[in-house]
Design a binder for this molecule. Structure first.
Ligand code: CUA
Length: 342
């Protein structure tokens, strides 16, 4: 090792980058791929559905071929720098070496990859599905509706496991991108255009999704959850959502209901079965059943909900919701009412 370092140090300056650059690239590559695994909740390498498996299979093939070529080129570089120079030039002669190594080999590798890419593209075409969900990307939350079932929720998507679900994706303001890494690749959500997409989860479970297209300052805080339920459980969920009551039952809830309208929340939010039909913000009919608030920003708890209502700008700066000025009693009553919306 000492001899190697001394040898490099003795070489003219131009030859040192030939070693340093590939070594730095290799190190950087190692650091980058170390970010690909480990996350059990959101990883495209932890495949949980047929489309994700196809995408990951293609990724592994590209990784293997790209890695092989990378190592080969590195080896040739090291040989060129440290190997004994021969009078005849490269092993196959200078011309044949360039033709084989520079034209034929890359062409073969690219054609193989193209073939497998096309195969995967066909394999993940939209399958037949009897369940349609419309998802609209907003800055920075997700509107989720089931047109046939007449259900509108937000930031969480319920699907039956083991069945392909058709998604119609669009956006209300800027370009977003729908991505649940464990279930499928990414699909852009474009204002004024609807993109057909689908997801399928093999088994019941919880899968995290994330906006994958920079869409403004809170792009990183635009996450969502997919709940894949056992088919029977999904049917029960649909029935429950269609029949859920949003009428306040206690005096405290009735006061909270009043506060909701006094504070003007209905301008932006909708609650099924009430005069609140606002669409600028997420529907609140199921607010208390959600895992998080602010589209994956904070966990859903009474304290976090109170903090969000009073000062959403502190939690997620730049979102459309203004700070709300409420007395502690009114805030408590409002949260009591929202608590029954599940
Ligand atoms: Cu929406 Cu990034």
């Amino acid at each position: 090792m000492k001899a190697l370092v001394r040898d490099i140090a003795r070489r003219p300056f131009v030859q040192r980058p030939a070693v340093a650059v590939p070594a730095a690239l290799l190190l950087l590559f190692g650091i980058l791929v170390s970010g690909c695994g480990g996350n059990e909740v959101q990883s495209m390498l932890k495949t949980e559905g047929p489309a994700a498996r196809e995408v990951a299979g293609l990724w592994w093939l590209m990784f293997a071929l790209g890695g092989t070529v990378f190592v080969l080129v590195l080896a040739l570089t090291v040989m060129a720098v440290f190997g004994r120079k021969s009078e005849d030039g490269p092993p196959l002669g200078p011309k044949r070496f360039v033709v084989i190594g520079g034209i034929i080999m890359p062409a073969v590798v690219l054609i193989v990859l193209l073939g497998f890419s096309l195969k995967s593209t066909f394999a993940i075409r939209l399958p037949e599905s009897d369940l349609v969900i419309d998802v609209v990307g907003h800055q920075w939350w997700w509107e989720v509706s089931y047109p046939d079932e007449e259900i509108v929720i937000a930031n969480e998507i319920y699907i039956p496991a083991g069945r392909p679900v058709r998604l119609r994706l669009t956006a209300s303001d800027v370009i977003h991108s729908f991505w649940v890494p464990s279930l499928h690749g990414k699909m852009d959500m474009l204002p004024g255009k609807t993109n057909d997409f689908w997801i399928e989860a093999d088994v019941p479970g919880l899968y995290r999704g994330q906006c994958a297209e920079f869409c403004g300052t809170q792009h990183a805080l635009m996450a969502f959850w997919v709940h894949a339920l056992d088919p029977d459980e999904f049917d029960r969920w649909v029935e429950n959502r269609q029949t859920v009551s949003t009428t306040p039952e206690t005096p405290q809830e009735a006061r909270g209901y009043e506060v909701f309208f006094e504070a003007g929340c209905e301008t932006c939010h909708a609650i099924d079965g009430t005069p609140a039909v606002g669409t600028a913000g997420p529907a609140l009919t199921d607010i208390s059943s959600r895992l998080t608030l602010g589209s994956g920003t904070i966990y859903n708890s009474r304290t976090n909900l109170a903090n969000w209502i009073v000062n959403p700008q502190a939690v997620k700066p730049g979102n459309l919701m203004p700070n709300t000025h409420l007395s502690p009693e009114d805030l408590e009553a409002l949260i009591d009412y929202l608590d029954r919306l599940r």
